[in-house]
Design a protein around this ligand. Sequence first.
Ligand code: KG4
Ligand code: ZN
Length: 358
Amino acid sequence: NLGFKVLGIETSCDDTGVAIVDSDRNLLANALHNQAQIHLENGGILPPVAGFYHRANMEKVANQAFTASKLSMADIDAVAATVKPGLSLSLEVGAKYGCFLSKKFQKPFIPIHHMEAHALTARLIDKKVKFPFLVLLISGGHCLLALVKNVDSFLLLGKGLDNSPGEVLDKVHRRLKLRNIPELQNFSGGHAVEVMAEKATNRTEFPFEIRANSILSCDFSFSGLVTQAYNTIAAEEQKYGTTADGVIPSAPNLCAAIQYAITRHLCRRVERAMIFLHRKEMIPRDNLSLVVSGGVAANKYISRALKIVCDTHDYHLSVPPPHLCNDNGVMIAWNGVERYRENLGVLHWDDLDSVSIL
Ligand code: KG4
Ligand code: ZN
């Protein structure tokens, strides 16, 4: 079984990523262009703007990957690109560029599902993660819990019914005006809340409740939390005013309470899924892993709590480093490796008319 190399292209949201990974788990190139600053100035992602910047940077990012690795298309065995889900104006840039390379250099093309790629990334760096495993994806755009039975076989156990955890953290961060605090200026919402929470003096001052905790499913619901936080912040501002930064004095306690409520909900859903899978005998008793990915997986408080759940139920916890949890080309290239090895969904370069994006 000869080694092979896959080029991966990601453009589903606001990251333009191109990477090359080989079948021996070597990361040969990783180029990324992020549009976050542009969208921050616009107060959110405008799809035509995202599409414009993907188009402006696609070829440049690909060339960076080739230059850094001293490789060319001649060295590549297959091209993988995200085709769904995401913003169609973004997706089409990477998907079309991937198809173009595939046709021009006569290399097979592998359409990639973005969520499948997030779920499989851990297997690139952690050999302990074997099928089947449990995956929790928590980011600004998604929240889902699934059993990954094989490369292309997922059982969805729970999904976000409203806000994602990253969205909640970003909203609270904005409402608390944490960006006004100089040392938190360049932090993402979730990271700023995590740092503030470490300064808490009373972690139980605000007893936020997630009512969905009592609903018998593994679905996630965080929207009630945003309302509770907004109401509490308004009441605190009324009562105690704010510091010169415009931040309420109880912000650390509030951040700790929000982080705790999110963590508790995540842990309860994960534990519920573990118990369900055991009871239904849908998984073996040993060699089980929980993979946590997505931007929110960078949160140490959340991962420490999930580690306790894992230890209790004999699961191995695998959290890829942040640069692999966020959107990137590496996860697409690695998903390409996993699919190419098993010949799953690999298309001939003359047969790309069937490729549709969603
Ligand atoms: O996966 P990601 O980079 O982008 C998408 O959502 O597609 O995730 C970004 C999210 C943001 O909501 C950000 O606030 C959150 O991840 N995040 C964190 C941390 N770092 C980033 N949330 C909690 N704790 C962190 N340390
Ligand atoms: Zn993503």
